[in-house]
Design a protein around this ligand. Structure first.
Ligand code: RNT
Ligand code: ZN
Length: 426
């Protein structure tokens, strides 16, 4: 089933496509080299519906994060999650990174609270990544915990709550720095908190001042940038924080600029008609590096599986046009428990990579030339014509070269894994 490709045809198609791209001044061999240097940070939390493996874990409520669906076979422990990630990565061309959350600590059956975790609880993850020669990224987990039940963490007016989460934030940076050091590639530690109000707040400013102070305290300790990069992530609204989110875009934009941190843009965290692609160039004017959470908003949800749609394409094109692939960390953030979770990872990551490849294949110089000449008709017409260039032939060649299934063939592997491994999980 689904075995429609053969090597000769892929190579022939590639040679033809290569000529067509060459006529636009694009060297496809070079693109195949360039794309290898762009890692995607694959989020581990698609594999278990953002539940984590803490002893006495309390589920995902209390943070406005909600995975829906009960497709069988979700990972029940870190070993299974790593096994699933290995399977997914074997179906994705290129070498990528894995993005962890603090709630994926391995504490050997003992209860270790969030403000007490350390690098030792991530030893298995680090060893696993080292064996594979991949980098890790990290996130403190400021949700799904009784200290987050009030809806507030770092911006809480209760000093006890705030201090608990500040300690967690510090621990997380220590863990992340250790990962970066052990793996020889900086670990991005991304801070996202759920804090906000369901209904109209009377004091918007107070919580924001508190958040600023809490963040400053967490970030006080200086780490080597070769090990650790700090990022902050904004949001417009969440479930239970419809009226007010403390960590809004303006808040974190100001924070990142004044403190020199990375700013994280999640594609699902803005008004529905707003896109993050248009923000990239503005932010890169003031901020050294960005983190992206590539996601797909659908109505009220911000976390559907990424597909190759206009939004994702626009993000990749913007990075190409700004020549910014080296300044932007490309991460994924979605969770769907209603479909095979390996299929979700592979679909989303392959879609993101396809967008990057299409962008790399863009003859940007011709578009800019038309623009500079004031020939906007040509600019628009070219953009439209480029859409039907044979990008698929280059993509297939890349998969073949990287030793991963071409086209829909990867679905066979997922089906087999579902039958042999996932369906055996209780
Ligand atoms: C939540 C943020 C955040 C989370 C992950 C699990 O709205 O997008 O990035 O999705 O940390
Ligand atoms: Zn996110």
């Amino acid at each position: 089933m689904l075995r429609i490709y053969n090597e000769n045809i892929i190579n022939e198609n590639y040679e033809r496509a290569k000529e067509i791209y060459a006529s636009f001044g694009i060297d496809t061999d070079k693109v195949l080299e360039e794309i290898k240097k762009i890692p995607i940070s694959i989020h581990c939390w698609q594999g278990d519906d953002v539940e984590g493996f803490e002893v006495a874990a309390e589920g995902v409520d209390g943070g406005g994060i909600m995975a829906t669906g009960n497709h069988p076979g979700k990972a029940r422990n870190a070993e299974e999650l790593r096994q699933d990630l290995d399977k997914a990565m074997s179906l994705i061309p290129g070498k990528h990174r894995v993005n962890l959350h603090a709630m994926y600590a391995e504490t050997d059956g003992k209860f270790v609270d969030r403000d007490e975790i350390g690098p030792e609880h991530f030893k298995n993850w680090i060893d696993w990544a080292k064996e594979r020669g991949i980098g890790l990224d990290f996130n403190p987990t400021f949700f799904a915990h009784k200290m987050a039940d009030s809806g507030f963490t770092l911006a809480s007016k209760d000093k006890k709550i705030r201090d608990f989460w500040i300690r967690h934030g510090k621990r997380s940076r220590e863990i992340a720095a250790e990962m970066g050091k052990a793996l020889g590639t900086p670990c991005v530690n991304n801070i996202w908190i759920p804090d906000g109000y369901k209904d109209l707040p009377a004091d918007r400013l107070g919580h924001r001042q508190i958040l600023q102070e809490s963040l400053d305290e967490i970030l006080e300790e200086k780490y080597d940038k070769n090990y650790l990069l700090d990022a902050v992530e904004c949001k417009l609204f969440g479930i239970g924080s419809e009226s007010y989110v403390v960590g809004s875009h303006e808040f974190y934009m100001g924070y990142a600029i004044t403190r020199g941190t990375l700013l994280c843009l999640d594609a699902g965290h803005f008004h529905p008609t707003e896109t993050i692609s248009d923000k990239i160039s503005s932010l890169l004017t003031y901020i050294d590096e960005l983190l992206l959470h590539v996601s797909r908003g659908v109505r009220w949800d911000s976390d559907h599986v990424v597909i190759l749609n206009d939004d994702v394409l626009a993000i990749a094109q913007e990075l190409k046009r700004c020549n910014a692939f080296q300044r932007v960390h490309f991460g994924l953030d979605f969770f769907d428990g209603s479909i095979n979770r390996i299929a979700a990872w592979v679909t989303g990551t392959r879609a993101a990579l396809k967008a990057i490849m299409i962008a790399l294949l863009e003859p940007t110089h011709l578009l800019k030339e038309a623009e500079d000449q004031g020939n906007f008709g040509k600019r628009l017409a070219l953009m439209e014509e480029l859409k039907s260039l044979p990008f698929g032939a280059i993509w297939d060649k890349y998969c073949l070269e990287q030793g991963v299934p071409v086209g829909a063939e990867w679905l066979n592997v997922v089906q087999e894994y579902e039958e042999q491994v996932l369906s055996q999980r209780g």
